[in-house]
Design a protein around this ligand. Structure first.
Ligand code: HEC
Ligand code: HEC
Length: 310
């Protein structure tokens, strides 16, 4: 067994420890009045021309740099943040997203079609270029989402939609406490420097910061989004074991390092912060440990070096 797989197996053995924590999540969910939904099983996918495009969409979702290379500028997959191929509840699942578009988005101040929403994923989360709205890549992704949402009600927020919204932390999120959580629960997979791990050519564990990660415009750089994602989904195989405070602290820690520049960058870090990041949820343009975040990321198009991301 190679060392990465071996460590992974050991962590899965520990998953039993997390089971108790999962039960308390289940109790909290009893108060959730949103309707439940289960997407269709892979086995029920028809062997038709339509089914072929659904499968294509799923493959793009799972192996994004390989299957949509023109539009991707990092080593993440859509499924890196939308787990189980976009099926898992509280991981912003695709079946729940599908039925909510077109939707108004404060991020760009107008009603977005699903195609435009997906273009944003490529530009920010994938640190790439948005495909044209009628590009076969977007058609395949939307076909996959449409199929996952078969028989779901339209325009309804379903149980498990989006990421968890954690209550504000009891203590302000903290870098030092976050670094301890990171060393204990995350570094084994994502690496001490957050750059992830490769097994030969293939990424096994994705980068959390640095040149191969999502950029400063992506939703996951917002501490609240990251905290909710982490609480419900990480450490992988032991989800639910972190306290809310630990999730906030480690979300702060991972977003206190350099990552590729915000593609909306205008003139200076300070102006870009004022325009797009003016909230406690973003560390862009904030000084942490004597470093102004965003100042070492080259303007869009330039490549951040690993050294600058330490
Ligand atoms: C780095 C993590 C990350 C990656 C990679 C990523 N996303 Fe997301 N995605 C998020 C976050 C965080 C949100 C919610 C926050 C926001 O609105 O910005 C989100 C939201 C979405 C939504 C809206 C969900 C809803 O319920 O409204 C869709 C659809 C989506 N992503 C699709 C994709 C697709 C398709 C890809 C691959 C091309 C992708 N994402 C890659 C993190 C990611
Ligand atoms: C057992 C290995 C493992 C551990 C431990 C682990 N992760 Fe992950 N993490 C993964 C994998 C694998 C993915 C990608 C999901 C997939 O491909 O199914 C991921 C995805 C992520 C993502 C979204 C993708 C990205 O690169 O930004 C974040 C954020 C993240 N993990 C944070 C954490 C944090 C914080 C911890 C510690 C509390 C942690 N993870 C612990 C394996 C792990």
């Amino acid at each position: 067994m190679n060392p990465i797989r071996h460590r992974f197996a050991r962590l899965l053995l520990l998953a039993a420890v997390g089971a108790g924590a999962l039960m308390s999540t289940a109790t909290a969910a009893a108060a959730d009045a949103r309707p439940a939904f289960t997407p269709p099983s892979a086995a029920s996918l028809p062997d038709t021309e339509f089914g072929k495009i659904v499968r294509q969409g799923e493959q793009i979702f799972l192996h994004t740099p390989q299957n949509a290379s023109k539009f991707v500028g990092n080593d993440l997959n859509c499924a890196s943040c939308h787990l189980d191929a976009g099926r898992r509840p509280d991981s912003a699942p695709m079946w729940a997203a599908y039925v909510l578009y077109p939707a108004y988005r404060a991020k760009n101040g107008h009603v977005n079609t699903l195609a435009e929403r997906l273009q944003g994923c490529f530009r920010f989360s994938m640190n790439g270029k948005p495909p044209a709205a009628d590009d076969p890549v977007l058609t395949a992704l939307q076909t996959y989402m449409f199929w996952l949402a078969s028989k779901a009600p339209t325009g309804v927020a379903l149980k498990g939609q989006g990421y968890l919204k954690l209550p504000a932390p009891a203590q302000k999120a903290d870098y030092v406490r976050g670094s301890e959580v990171y060393a204990q629960y995350c570094a084994v997979c994502h690496g001490a420097e957050g750059k992830g791990q490769k097994n030969g050519e293939h990424w096994v564990f994705p980068a959390l910061w640095g040149p191969d990660s999502f950029n400063w415009g992506a939703g996951m750089h917002q501490i609240g989004n990251a905290a909710g994602f982490i609480k419900a989904n990480m450490p992988l195989g032991q989800a639910g074991m972190l306290s809310d405070q630990e999730a906030w602290d480690v979300a702060y820690f991972m977003n206190a390092y350099e990552r590729p520049q915000d593609p909306r960058y205008t003139e200076s870090v300070a102006k870009t912060r004022a325009k797009y990041h003016d909230s406690d949820d973003s560390l862009y343009g904030i000084e942490v440990n004597g470093h102004l975040l965003g100042s070492d990321s080259p303007a869009p198009g330039g490549k951040l070096t690993q050294a600058a991301a330490r």
